[in-house]
Ligand binder design. Sequence first.
Ligand SMILES: *Cc1c(COP(=O)(O)O)cnc(C)c1O
Length: 399
Amino acid sequence: MTTRRVAFLDLGEQHASLHDALGAAFERVMASHQFVLGKEVERLEAELAIYTELRQSRHAVGCGSGTDALMLALRAHDVAPGDEVLVPAFSFFATAGAPALLGARPIFADIDPATFHLDVEDAVKRAGGAKRLRAIIPVHLYGAPLAPAIAEQLAAACGVPILEDAAQALGARAASGHAVGGAGTSAAVTCFSFYPTKNLGAAGEAGLVTCHDDQLAERLRRLRNHGAERDGRHLEVGWNARLDALQAALLRVKLPYLERWNTARRENARDYSARLRAAGAMEAGLPPEAGSLPITLPAPDVAPAQGIAHQFVVRVPGTQRDPLRAHLAAHGVDTAVYYPLGLHLQPCFNDLGYRPGDLPETERATREVLSLPVHPSLEAADREHVVDCIVRFFGGRRS
Ligand SMILES: *Cc1c(COP(=O)(O)O)cnc(C)c1O
């Protein structure tokens, strides 16, 4: 069969189409001599507050990265050494790394196999066994919005603030209709990342925290700048979590296109699902049928919830996942595995005492997940090629 190069992420078209505007933003910041915080950052914060539908009583605070956003959120909730923070074991490392860096102990909970989101029942059970639980960090993984009931149930059952990790979900809408991180969120804060591979990517590092509370927002702003008050006094120790003006200016150029890019990703995801379903793939949460394509589709968004397809993730039986990846690579298709190891089994968390088998759904996911290219510049012929390769790998015929 023919080989067609399908990159996992292709920023070339995005950057070419915005070349002049990005250049102008760069020149503007260079001419301003203001490289850290300042007007560009304030304008980006205001534009993101509008984008996430924050009302006047809510705040958007730019910071150095998604990791900084999580650490600021934790510190602003007084998470200190010896405290405990509950996180899903299936996420990017920073979800657990941020509390650990502050000296807190991550408590790992398992995931719901259909959504890859925190399993509320398991989370509540493990939270019940904690002695110094201070916060819970659910993750809007792969750009799929968490059901609002998850945050509400967790908050009600555990009595600690919910700090959302929405690093992969800027622009997603929950079933309640509200934008993730916007008005109507029951979480205390929502953390975003503009790492270059996210749906809205900077040309370097950048992040954001949104929240309702005026005092909390002020504390976040202080903490990101070494804890400095306006008069130069430091009542607490913060660190340098400031956002660069250059990143803010470039993000401001890209922000107006984010809806378009998210829509293109969603269309790609829908098209993949339709093609794979036609070839016999299985729906999330249903038992496998004999004779069908041994691929499980991602759970569809529940109306009117809307994800942003940050990743398009299928499940492949564990023994076939890596051979399928190699087959796809041999035919020019780049794929990725997010994430290959449960956070509870990372060597740096050995001393927390988790063992293989402790979080079975997380561990099964690490063996089965495969991310297909879903970036906005993907063409129909790319998707067709990817699905063709998958069908042929399993010895089927295209329907
Ligand atoms: C990217 C990401 C982060 C960290 O963001 P950085 O900007 O890379 O520090 C945190 N959590 C999740 C789920 C992420 O995907």
